[in-house]
Write a protein that binds this ligand. Structure first.
Ligand SMILES: C[S@@+](CC[C@H](N)C(=O)[O-])C[C@H]1O[C@@H](n2cnc3c(N)ncnc32)[C@H](O)[C@@H]1O
Length: 357
């Protein structure tokens, strides 16, 4: 069988940069391609994007753990994560931000036959370091009676060539998520404090928010994080103190969002909601955002006990904040993880993941 192949030498990419451009029509409904799911443990492969931070691996793990708390992981080399989990890797791949591919890891090329027979398929390879030789797709596809479709495949047979080779059945690409259409300047309402959709989605995913959960964004701004939570099927409550932001976030939510309960004008240190399953936010700091004169450290001190009254035990709170704002464990929250992202020379953001005790 002849397979034309697309080959890519994977490079590190800017965290905020989105190279995926076009969003095909109908993308909203294409959350997961018809999966070749089985309900037992799958061995999955994640090809992480190369931001050089700990965020991509954390995001991927959180998605597997949200679906199956007993998921176990192995990281054989920097860009590669393997998961033993009941989670469907194609569903993980459909909502992850910082990964290039997620799929069913194959023990040998012959495993591809059972999964791909009768489906429209394309071969794709990723080299984690530059190599001279081209892989030969026929080697991997011998005996597989799939239909070659380079433009509209249902699945890809993905080869990742790192220190060793990894072969997986994955969904075709991340393009369906339409990141560029939700960039801050593409939205109906823009404000310079807005963060990019991929980073926003990663924060939502790190909160382990599931379809149907009530998700709270206590400092909504333009709604960057709230929009992403709604697109993964959460019922979103977004709060902001400023009228302009409440109106702006509402118009952005109307434009993009699917499931949302409301954008509320309130002070988040006196929350108007209870029974929240997941929270992710970018806490206010600097001149661009109004804070009622409260410095970020004071804001945190007031916010954490208030969030504790609203969040279920065992649920996750993801806070993005400047590195010099310290988040300490409290009697209500344990610190689960801490990640650092250099945004530019003068600004390093920290993402702290807390678990409600
Ligand atoms: C850093 S901005 C959020 C930007 C947002 N992540 C985005 O991408 O658009 C912080 C927001 O918090 C809001 N804010 C500040 N203090 C607040 C409070 N006590 N309660 C609710 N919102 C507050 C500000 O009005 C501002 O819109």
């Amino acid at each position: 069988m002849w397979f034309a192949q697309e080959r890519e030498i994977v490079e590190a990419v800017d965290l905020e940069l989105d190279r995926q451009v076009e969003m095909p029509s109908g993308w909203r409904n294409r959350i997961a391609p018809s999966p070749i799911v089985n309900r037992t443990k799958n061995r999955s492969l994640v090809l992480l994007s190369g931001e050089g931070t700990t965020v991509p691996a954390s995001e991927a793990k959180a998605l597997f753990l949200a679906a199956d708390p007993r998921s176990a992981f192995e990281a054989p080399e920097p860009r590669v994560l393997m998961a033993d989990s009941e989670a469907d890797p194609l569903a993980v791949g459909a909502r992850i931000a910082f990964a290039r591919r997620v799929g069913y890891l194959l023990r040998s090329p012959s495993d591809a036959s059972g999964l791909l027979t009768g489906h429209r398929v394309r071969f794709r390879s990723f080299d984690l370091s530059p190599r001279r030789s081209q892989p030969n797709p026929d080697e991997y596809l011998e005996g597989v009676s799939a239909v070659v479709d380079l433009t509209d495949p249902e699945y890809e047979l993905t080869l990742v060539r790192g220190r060793r080779d990894y072969l997986a059945v994955t969904a075709p690409s991340r393009m369906l998520q339409g990141w560029s259409h939700r960039r801050p300047r593409s939205r109906p309402f823009f404000h310079p404090s807005a963060i990019f959709p991929k980073l926003s989605r990663a924060l939502v995913n790190m909160s382990r928010c599931k379809h149907g959960d009530v998700f709270l964004e206590p400092f909504a701004g333009t709604g960057s994080i709230a929009i992403e939570a709604s697109l993964v099927g959460a019922d979103v409550v977004a709060i902001d103190l400023a009228d302009e932001m409440v109106r702006g976030a509402s118009s952005n939510m109307k434009h993009y969002a699917q499931e949302w309960l409301g954008v509320v004008r309130a002070d988040s240190v006196q929350l108007p909601v209870r029974r929240v399953h997941a929270v992710a936010t970018d806490i206010p700091y600097g001149r661009a955002s109004s804070t009622r004169g409260r410095p970020p450290q004071l804001m945190l001190k007031l916010l954490l006990p208030e969030l504790a009254t609203a969040m279920d035990h065992g649920s996750f709170l993801v806070l993005m904040h400047p590195r010099d704002v310290f988040v300490e464990p409290t009697s209500e929250f344990a610190i689960d993880e801490e990640h650092h992202l250099q945004v530019h020379k003068l600004l390093t953001r920290t993402i702290t993941v807390l678990k409600r005790r």
